[in-house]
Design a protein around this ligand. Structure first.
Ligand code: UDP
Ligand code: MG
Length: 332
């Protein structure tokens, strides 16, 4: 079907031919910042690669005039490819749409809010010229983000790193430059719950960090609600580690050991002392066991629900429209 997209069923778009560079940007309610984004990204691209680039802007079901702006850009500028999703599918799915449709030999992944300076492209391209396959931005500082976001992000990336068996950079987002062979590997991974920065780390090859200071949003507000962040964190952990399931094993063994002590204690009390009604200890045991069981059940449920979604094999997003970008690349 022509209007279905997804990693398992990639949609074809009429490609002129491959560009040297693709810039992929998911946009959700970003109308206020888009003109400035376009200006800075265009200036940087022309500076670094001349005319041989494309700008893929994906509208992830925005409620403002983001799509109108993208569409008008694509009419004015042949570098711009606008992609409209049928509704809001979330950051990672929108980015996957852009990555599936892009044609560049190198792929620059950027957020729409200018928190990550596009001007670092030059330095990233230079690192790739020296043999890197992935150059990722590592946040030295994060301006304009709430204390809660900074702390939860710090804890999350460290917990994640301790749970998985390969290196995943802490303090890095999706802001990065990738080679085509890394992208091909990424698109060959069919998982529905996508934690793209983790998947790229898993792929390997030569990955190098480029430190930078993260800015505050240029305009608009974050599209990540607290609930979306929790979802994102659970996707990341369950996608890369089965260790949380093993928590149940450890807890079970420990509780079993403890219960032997309890049994011994109650038998000795029964034999040699007058036994107490024992309400307090009973309640403690019941509550603790109940809590432990529900926690582990919920943990199992997280994996089961993801298996369920994966077995359905639905496309990750649906496309409404693709505009622009069909002009032949300049002979350069
Ligand atoms: N975004 C999206 N869909 C969403 C939420 C966010 O495409 O449902 C985009 C958003 O426009 C931005 C990027 O994903 O380009 C990162 O989102 P945001 O800046 O809101 O996240 P934060 O930087 O606060 O983590
Ligand atoms: Mg942001």
């Amino acid at each position: 079907m022509a209007d279905q997209g997804g990693v398992t069923r990639p949609i074809e778009r009429p490609l002129a031919s491959s560009r040297r560079l693709s810039v992929t940007i998911p946009c959700y309610n970003e109308e206020a910042g888009l003109p400035e984004l376009y200006r800075r990204v265009t200036a940087t691209c022309q500076d670094v690669v001349g005319q041989d680039y494309e700008l893929i802007l994906v509208n992830d079901g925005s409620r403002d005039r983001t799509w109108d702006f993208i569409k008008s850009l694509s009419e004015r500028d042949p570098h711009v490819v606008g992609v409209d999703l049928s509704r809001n599918f979330g950051h990672q799915a929108a980015l996957t749409a852009a990555l599936t449709l892009c044609s560049g030999e190198r792929i620059f992944v950027l957020d729409a809010d200018l928190q990550d300076p596009p001007e670092l492209l030059g330095a990233m391209m230079a690192a790739m010229d020296e043999g890197a396959d992935v150059v990722y931005g590592k946040r030295r500082t994060r301006a304009g983000e709430t204390m809660r976001k900074k702390i939860t992000a710090k804890i999350f990336y460290r917990v994640l790193a301790s749970l998985i068996d390969f290196d995943i950079p802490t303090d890095a987002g999706d802001f990065r430059l990738m080679s085509r062979r890394v992208l091909v590997a990424l698109l060959s991974m069919p998982e529905a719950h996508r934690f793209i920065r983790g998947m790229v780390s898993w792929i390997g090859f030569r990955q190098v960090a480029l430190e930078y200071d993260r800015q505050s949003r240029f305009a608009g507000e974050t599209g990540y609600t607290f609930a979306k962040m929790i979802n994102f964190a659970l996707d990341a952990i369950t996608a890369f580690s089965a260790k949380p399931l093993r928590l149940g094993l450890y807890a079970g063994v420990a509780l079993l050991g403890l219960s032997w002590v309890g049994i011994l204690y109650s038998i000795i009390s029964w034999l040699f002392f007058s036994t107490q009604p024992g309400w307090t200890s009973l309640i403690i045991v019941v509550m603790f066991m109940g809590g432990a069981q529900i926690f582990m059940l919920a943990m199992v449920g997280e994996y089961v629900s993801r298996t369920f979604v994966q077995t359905k094999g639905r496309p990750l997003y649906l496309l409404r429209e693709i505009v622009g970008g069909t002009g032949a690349p300049p002979a350069s």
